[in-house]
Design a protein around this ligand. Structure first.
Ligand code: GTQ
Ligand code: FE2
Length: 358
């Protein structure tokens, strides 16, 4: 009886299919994949890019690709083979190569972007009239729809990590891109005013800190970040990330961008963190040192300059078996996932069972 019922229902669904199509309607078909999965099933893969592979490729990009005014930047994109595009389902990470004397022309776009300087010193970026230095280890922001251009007058090629929330922007069908008539913007009379107001992180001028405002701070220099991380090393360690700090909006303590979060993390010698999994994606860049990240049971042995992206909802834990500190820079999409109510995390209990919620 029940089986007859099912067969009749399946036949009815098939019969409906054609009639409904005329009206741009559908019903679930017996051979359609299930609407939901019990837990996240991501096509995005865990991917490890080694510095030893990237370095010669970047060298080749620098020698063979030209930087055209008004055109694309000279970038090596970290592509996730499980996805049609992007490093993860929300962001793109690329390594930009800029040569002495070059200018990356002024433009703006809806995608939020930031740069973490990998190698070299002496470039500058101008963001809505404010000019900031780009030196190794610095983080500089280009929030969505701000005008930006970059300039470099050093001796050696310079490289930095660019991360943009392009996949998220595309899935939201909100792409705008505007090139500028001018190669570069005019720099303000006070070229770094938001740094002068908010850069200390401790204090800011009275009356200019409206609660909930967008992050006015555009530059997070290496020196201050490293000092903060060393200070944090005196705290009780985080069980999942060891010593970890988040770059913050000085006005409200929130993440520095609306869609992406950035962290600096230190794995002290001989540490082994607990395993955790969460929705959303992240990418690690190894600033210094070496270690291992175990993702769903597979060990990824990383070294200075490597990148690792972790598949959403994959168990992962970190090890540093060496005698030296390892420092990781991390970008994640937790702010976007949280804002939408899609952020979930789970810890692996000491006894191996799942413990939730965190
Ligand atoms: O430097 O403005 O990697 O617009 C991709 C798009 C960098 C940039 C990228 C961009 C930029
Ligand atoms: Fe850009």
């Amino acid at each position: 009886m029940a089986q007859q019922h099912t067969m009749a229902d399946e036949a009815a669904r098939r019969a409906l299919k054609e009639d409904l199509a005329k009206f741009n309607c559908r019903v679930h078909q017996p051979d359609d994949p299930p609407l939901f999965s019990r837990t996240p099933q991501s096509a995005s893969q865990t991917v490890h890019w080694r510095w030893t592979d990237l370095a010669p490729l970047l060298d080749r990009l620098g020698k063979q690709l030209t930087l055209e005014p008004g055109g694309n930047r000279r970038t090596l994109r970290l592509h996730n083979p499980g996805l049609p595009y992007g490093t993860t389902h929300t962001f793109w990470a690329s390594i930009q190569v800029i040569l002495p004397g070059e200018i990356a022309s002024n433009h703006r776009h809806t995608a939020n972007a930031f740069r973490f300087i990998m190698k070299g010193n002496g470039a500058t970026t101008t963001v809505n009239g404010e000019r900031y230095a780009m030196n190794e280890g610095d983080l500089v922001l280009t929030p969505g729809m701000t005008w930006h251009d970059h300039e470099y007058h050093g001796k050696e090629p310079m490289i930095w990590l660019d991360v943009l929330d392009i996949s998220l922007m595309k899935s939201m069908h909100a792409t705008f891109f505007e090139p500028s008539e001018q190669l570069q913007q005019k720099v303000d009379a006070v070229p770094d005013s938001s740094w002068r107001r908010y850069g200390s992180g401790l204090m800011s001028p009275p009356g200019c800190a409206p609660a909930g405002a967008n992050n006015p701070l555009l530059a997070y220099p290496r020196e201050m970040a490293q000092t903060a991380l060393q200070q944090a090393a005196g705290l009780e360690p985080d069980p999942f990330e060891d010593v970890v700090l988040e770059y913050r909006n000085p006005l409200n303590g929130g993440p520095v961008m609306r869609t992406m979060g950035m962290r600096l993390q230190m794995l002290r010698p001989h540490t082994h963190t607990r395993a955790r999994r969460h929705t959303g994606s992240k990418l690690y860049y190894v600033v210094s040192g070496q270690g291992t990240t175990i993702v769903n049971g597979i060990p990824y042995e990383w070294n200075t300059g490597d990148f690792l992206t972790v598949q959403p909802w994959a168990w992962h834990e970190h090890l540093n078996r060496s005698n030296a500190q390892a420092v990781l820079f991390q970008v994640n999409d937790i702010p976007a996932m949280s804002a939408l109510g899609y952020f979930f995390e789970e810890a692996l209990a000491e006894n191996g069972g799942h413990q939730k919620p965190l």
